[in-house]
Ligand binder design. Structure first.
Ligand SMILES: Cc1cc2nc3c(=O)[nH]c(=O)nc-3n(C[C@H](O)[C@H](O)[C@H](O)COP(=O)(O)O)c2cc1C
Length: 347
């Protein structure tokens, strides 16, 4: 039978990676994704300098809990010595399972300091950075995440990947876009497939996986060793379970409106417990709520209210009104499996 109807598993269970996303994939959200079936997590990108100065914001970026393992801390920077020092420091500090090097960030503030995707234009420096970090990390493995090139006239992912392999990197994730593309256009999975052919280390494919059908098609076409999912998980973290269900041949049904609101409420409660401050947590959650409500009926009016939400009680009122508008009698707190989001787990 097919993906939604049950039957035998026909697709190999490749590991599913949650993409690192700055401002999104903190410990609270990662735990949700883990619960929903993500296998491997990475922190959002963290600057080498932030680690070396141990600034308070960085402490939040590198925080994780044991249940998130295997977990990697993603580093960015352009100076091999500083990155090597930061690698040693962060290993000592939080004991991650692996380090990941960011060679894909397109943001000007990062690129202008020789970090992120700027290194795609300087393979010798990229190799020196990777070698320095691999040496410094000792037994802790180092992976890297790249884009396919700087722009469409300089697609060099296979060359970059070979340099990384020679530097001792144990796994490479390829986001199938150029730096110039940012997040527009489509990810080029043919280039991802050519990187798979070019190196012996595992290659994880990333870009535009929205659902189980995309995942199965991409893993078959590109021959990757794993799949990484970002924005689709931001809007619906159950995408991991959907993919697993399809692979295992078991039925999957996306959460209904009430279950979505329960998840949103749990996420907000987790964020409040983690930050220890309701007001700043709800403020930080606003952009996340926009992603969660994409595709929900009554979207524009709903998002207008969520853009100003300031407390959990207010969120519950909005949820109740929204559900009532669809003829659902909500039971948000009654059915909340609160244990995993208890405050004690977050502090
Ligand atoms: C809001 C946002 C923040 C991101 N931050 C990071 C980051 O910190 N490190 C990184 O390697 N990639 C980052 N990315 C890129 C994603 O990891 C991923 O490569 C990209 O979104 C493509 O995958 P997708 O189509 O599944 O979203 C970010 C993407 C978004 C949308």
């Amino acid at each position: 039978m097919n993906a939604n109807g049950g039957g035998e598993a026909v697709h190999p269970p490749l590991p599913l990676f949650l993409a690192p996303m700055a401002g999104v994939t903190n410990t609270v959200f990662r735990r949700i994704c883990k619960e929903m079936g993500a296998d491997v997590m990475t922190s959002e990108f963290v600057s080498a300098e932030g680690i070396l100065h141990r600034n308070p914001r960085t402490a939040g970026y590198v925080e994780f809990s044991e249940i998130e393992r295997p977990l990697g801390i993603q580093l960015f920077g352009g100076d091999p010595d500083r990155l090597a020092e930061a690698a040693r420091a962060v290993i000592e500090w939080v004991r991650p399972d692996f380090l990941d090097l960011n060679f894909g960030c397109p943001v000007n503030k990062v690129v202008s300091k020789n970090g992120g995707s700027s290194l795609l234009r300087d393979c010798p420096l990229l190799g020196r950075v990777a070698s320095a970090v691999v040496q410094a990390a000792g037994p802790v493995p180092v992976s890297a995440k790249i884009r396919i090139g700087w722009d469409r006239n300089s697609i060099n992912a296979t060359q970059t990947a070979r340099v990384l392999e020679d530097s001792g990197v144990f796994r490479i994730t390829v986001h199938g876009r150029t730096k110039e593309q940012g997040y527009s256009g489509e990810a080029d999975w043919d280039v991802i497939g050519s990187v798979v052919q070019a190196v012996r280390i595992p290659v994880i494919g990333n870009g535009d996986i929205q659902n189980a059908a995309d995942a199965i098609r991409r893993q078959g076409e590109a021959g990757v060793a794993g799949l990484m999912i970002g924005r689709a998980a931001m809007a619906g973290p159950w995408v991991f379970d959907e993919i697993r269900a399809a692979r295992e041949g078991r039925p999957f049904r996306a959460p209904d409106a009430e279950a979505r609101w329960q998840l949103i409420r749990r996420h907000c409660a987790g964020e409040i417990a983690w930050r220890g401050d309701e007001s700043s947590a709800m403020k930080a959650m606003r952009s996340r709520l926009m992603a969660y409500t994409r595709g929900m009926p009554g979207g524009p009016r709903l998002r207008e209210r969520l853009a100003r939400v300031a407390s959990l009680a207010e969120l519950e009122d909005i949820a109740s009104a929204h559900l009532a508008g669809q003829g659902v009698l909500p039971s948000l707190s009654a059915t909340m499996p609160a244990a995993i989001f208890s405050a004690s787990l977050f502090r």
